[in-house]
Ligand binder design. Sequence first.
Ligand code: FE2
Length: 423
Amino acid sequence: MFDLLVKNANLPDGTRGVDIACAGGTIRAVERGIGAEAARVIDASGRLVTPPFVDPHFHMDAALSLGRPRMNVSGTLLEGIALWGELKRIQTVDEIVERALAYCDIAVSMGIGAVRSHVDTCDDSLTGVQALLEVRGKVRDYLDLQLVAFPQDGVFRDPTAMENTVRALDMGVDVVGGIPHFERSMADGAASVRALCEIAAERGLMVDMHCDESDDPMSRHVETLAYETQRLGLQGRVAGSHLTSMHSMDNYYVSKLIALMAESELRVIPNPLINIMLQGRHDSYPKRRGQTRVRELRDAGMLVGFGSDCVRDPWYSLGRADMLDVAAMGLHVGQLSSREDMRWCFDAVTVNSAAIMGLENYGLSVGCEANFVLLQAPGTIEAIRLRATRLAVVRKGKVIAETPASVTTLSLHHRPAVLDPGA
Ligand code: FE2
């Protein structure tokens, strides 16, 4: 007797028509024609069951704050940072907790099972850190929340940021962050990478830096990040988020850089929705796309995961926690249009991002935690194309969110009466 049995599911690897049986919060069997009884049975009817979506880059302390205290009129990254500075001075722990929990509800409904959120450490009261540590505990049963200590105003540029970043880590924040391109000089940027990587090495932590989120082709802090990763033996534990300056770098330089990054097993986290919106703002025409070199980094063997970055905050007014939207934008901007490339874009918001976060027991194999999502689409490419409805979200073998199928009833002569886009 199982707790949950999903019948006739397709899997992201192309396997079709299997049953998934769950008991005690884990996956017990994945095979055709499981005949056993279960407390609950879901007929997937040949639709896709995927491990949960994973968002490897987000700012939960800012999410859903749109309009408070005012709108970002220019739409630029820099006005967003200035506006966030205004909001930080007035927002309370309770306010951040309330917004973050509301965001987590949306994320779960959209099939997200894990989020890596940066949390600003540039305020002496560490309001955001207090709030998101509380949220991490509150959502633990239904969402894995990993926190990055993020000195938004520059760990050297802000006079107390280093002390506060270390305090945040002492309080239990998981990952060391940074923003070298926002320090006062290239030299300070490089020094910040070195200092923060040393802290991570001493504490046995992972690193995830906002790195070179700029259109300046000379913003080359990723080189230092790769170098320090090797020097300190942090291979596989360091991620470069955004890396947008790579879009504009000299090709000869990049040919050396990518090899160095691959040697360091650097993880790469582009944020397609946000960077297609924010980059190129100083360009007239042609306008640069500003997405890092996703195809080349992937082909060099690096793990690449797409992040959503922002939802209704000082930097981005839109977003709905839809990682399929993120995958679709990354696909378009990166011109990743072959069948293989499109399937890879689905991996970039699921398995790749799970590996970057170091999630354990993730996947659809026997023995994995029974976390998965049933989508109204037969496969991964169709899921991206349709931004497929999350029909059921399962956590530890229990259905925690359900959304009715998106079906349209047509009233046209000589045409089918019901249109199911995901059939
Ligand atoms: Fe970010």
